[in-house]
Ligand binder design. Structure first.
Ligand code: VGL
Ligand code: ZN
Length: 202
């Protein structure tokens, strides 16, 4: 077991991000055995769950004439318009059945406000509205976080950047992540994380 200061944060291992899902990430389910194995190593284990209302502003279907994977300007910046995914209470929003959820201590739901997206486990996309995870981790004495899950270049990278900004020591374990890779987003996310001092390892 790792020291009590270390948390594993498992990002969005949900049906809609796995093969067959609405926003499937290639090989998204292939990382699950490695993630399950890692849970036993960490004294603090947190899962996140993308959890949108059906009228969410990040869905292309809610913007007349907009194509999925196009972008729009929101008050908080540029927003990719996604296929409808992870709608609250649907099978697509459920954790993949192979994911071991019993060892988790906390499930953080995010993206539940219709007018703002939330990639990061720590803040919504305005980078200021908190999810509460920072306070939870600090209250449990955590100073170091390891991130795994989906998708490397969106929710994992945004979480890593916010964790680094908040002062946590951050590791992204790339082999236990899979990327969407939209217009070079994976290379960009990795470069931003490295510049922020995130340890990016296999
Ligand atoms: C995610 C796009 C939209 C993710 C969530 O989990 O990376 N990506 N919502
Ligand atoms: Zn989402």
């Amino acid at each position: 077991m790792r020291p009590a200061t270390e948390a594993l944060i498992v990002i969005d291992v949900q049906n809609d991000f796995c093969p067959g899902g609405a926003l499937a990430v290639a090989g998204g389910d292939a990382i699950i055995p490695a993630i399950n194995a890692r849970m036993a190593e960490f004294p603090v284990v947190v899962l996140t769950q993308d959890w949108h209302p059906a009228n969410h502003a990040s869905f292309a279907a809610n913007h007349a004439g907009a194509a999925a994977f196009s972008t729009t300007e929101m008050p908080y910046g540029t927003q990719v318009l996604w296929p409808t995914h992870c709608v609250q209470g649907t099978e697509g929003a459920a954790f993949h059945t192979d994911l071991a959820t019993d060892p988790a201590h906390l499930v953080i739901r995010k993206g539940f406000r219709a007018d703002i997206d939330s990639y990061s486990a720590f803040f919504e996309n305005d980078r200021t509205t908190p999810t509460g995870l920072d306070g939870y981790l600090r209250a449990r004495g955590v100073s170091s976080v390891t991130l795994v899950g989906l998708a490397t270049d969106f929710c994992v990278a945004y979480s890593a950047l916010d964790a680094a900004r908040l002062g946590f020591a951050v590791t992204v374990s790339e082999s236990a992540c899979r990327a969407i890779n939209l217009n070079g987003s994976l290379a960009q996310a990795k470069a931003q994380c490295l510049a922020a001092g995130v340890v990016w390892k296999i």
